[in-house]
Design a protein around this ligand. Structure first.
Ligand SMILES: [Zn+2]
Length: 256
């Protein structure tokens, strides 16, 4: 975490509803302003995540996405506009975030997360939020965040179902990682994509906003972490459920 900056008069007004919260206050808001968060994917989850994190005044926001905006994205990726079709998503997101909060420094990474660049990209941030759409990226992020001792807030959505958890297995024996939950990555054709199976647009908003909330909690160290708990949302049923994730001693990433 970087040093806590002093706040200007406009900053105090912009963040007044945070500052009045006893759990955040001026010190907490200054900490958010001094924080760096990496969002992987400027898609359905990344859109609300980035919007709320920028509005919250996170000082540096990294956006990784190598894709361009397509007409079929606009049903749920609300950070992009019709006029942005064909533009790189990372650039479209950067433009949108500058409109929401010009004080936020947005670093647009127009590349795909790979084993070669993961440590460089993840290492420059305090907390990582995974809004990617494939298991290869999810597992790579899990392993990289574990090695670099970065907190990972990960969510996934498909059809009418969403799930979210926080992984910081490096912080103690009671904290599991993604591979404790899924020891092996399913093959890409075993799990259908949103393009194949569909996804309710607003579901991305629900899960992305939950991710933004958990990122802020982790940055500030307030409330109860989702580490060790998988929160699932069934939109058709209108219900949330919670399942415990236990650390596996034989986990290939975080096991003994
Ligand atoms: Zn593990």
């Amino acid at each position: 975490m970087t040093a806590l900056p002093d706040m200007t008069e406009p900053q105090i007004r912009r963040y007044a509803r945070h500052i009045v919260l006893a759990e955040i206050g001026g010190t907490g808001q200054a900490r958010l302003i001094g924080s760096r968060v990496l969002v992987v994917g400027a898609g359905g989850l990344g859109a609300p995540l980035l919007q709320y994190l920028a509005a919250a005044g996170i000082g540096t926001l990294g956006v990784i996405d190598d894709d361009t905006v397509d007409l079929s994205n606009l049903q749920r990726q609300v950070i992009h506009r019709t006029a942005d079709i064909g533009m790189a998503k990372a650039e479209s997101a950067r433009r949108a975030l500058a409109d929401i909060n010009p004080e936020v420094r947005v670093q647009a990474h127009r590349e795909r997360l790979t084993a070669e660049n993961a440590e460089r990209l993840v290492g420059a941030y305090d907390v990582v939020a995974d809004g990617s759409d494939n298991f290869a990226t999810r597992f790579l992020l899990n392993d990289t965040c574990f090695r670099l001792k970065k907190t990972l807030v990960a969510a996934a959505i498909l059809r009418f179902d969403g799930q979210i958890s926080t992984y910081k297995a490096w912080s103690g024996a009671s904290h599991p990682c993604l591979r404790c939950l899924f020891p092996a990555a399913p093959s890409e054709d075993a799990v259908p994509s949103c393009a194949q199976a569909g996804v309710l647009g607003a579901l991305a908003g629900t899960l992305g906003a939950l991710q933004a909330t958990e990122v802020v909690k982790e940055l500030l160290g307030i409330g109860r972490s989702l580490s060790g708990r998988l929160l699932t949302y069934d939109a058709l049923d209108g219900s949330f459920e919670e399942m415990a994730i236990t650390k596996r001693q034989d986990c290939p990433t975080c096991g003994a």
